[in-house]
Design a protein around this ligand. Sequence first.
Ligand code: IPM
Ligand code: MN
Length: 332
Amino acid sequence: MTHRIGVVGGDGIGPEVTEQALAVLDALGVDYTAVEYDLGAKRYLLDGTVLPDEIMDEWRSLDAILLGAVGDPAPGLAAPAGLVERGILLRMRFELDQYINLRPFRLPPKADMEVIRENTEGAYAGEGGFLRKGTEHEIATQGSVNTRMGVERCVRFAFERAANTDRRQIHLVHKTNVLTYAGDLWRRTFDEVAEEYPQVSTGYDHIDAACIHFVERPQRYDVIVTDNLFGDILTDLGGAISGGVGFAASANLNPARTGPSMFEPVHGTAPDIVGQNKANPIAAIISAGLMLEFLGEDDAAARVAAACESPQRYRGTTEEIGQAVAQAAAQG
Ligand code: IPM
Ligand code: MN
């Protein structure tokens, strides 16, 4: 069956790395059609388009979305802060109910883990506002929204993943000693779901301690489940300790499959190296591999994963690395 894949290259190095990810799919003979969308800060600055409702509707019928990166492509071009991040990326995650952000990190023998980040709630929900803006008495609030349903489906996904793979240990990462409401909900939900999975061992770390463990002993972790904001920060650190954020891939999953899932590198638009054939496409390629896995293309997914087993070995330009991975995957 031909997969219909929406492709949003986006800004900065986004289109360059996405092109290489698609080249790997081509080399593997994956049966797909790409539907390209010109969206991002560049597009917004050109004609004011962020994400039209018609495109959002069209996306619902796609099989998957491959995204490069969105954000202001060059200092000084200044789209309003957060406009395309909220208007494209977060809107897509929320409206397509991509409630899991799965981010694997591998750097043998140090790290081999998956961070499962809740992807539709928490501090990202957009709850809050200003009072008396611009005055001396200005107030800004930004709440963290945690629903039992949202927390539980995320925690359940993590336990299912551990139970059905050779990963056997899950840590909840939060800040229950200070965030006593949200933390309590997460902790209770985690402990209750854990009872249904006696074969999975569990642990808990505060987010600040987890940061130390990431740097000093990442072997401690197998699967981590955490909220949206902690997961955002922890996964940049995860990239940094496993060879660099250029190797960090992610899958924004709608496990219920009521809409397409979206696959994107963890890194941003890197405007400082745009157009220089310097960006590492590995994170985008591994993300495309996660997409193949989710689409049931098991052989192609396994080939990409094997070719990216020790991604540090690939050196060269964006195109050279893309070609080398494509070749390794096709032959492997
Ligand atoms: C990420 C990014 C996004 C996030 C930004 C661009 C909105 O940092 O995918 O980690 O914070 O989720
Ligand atoms: Mn991030």
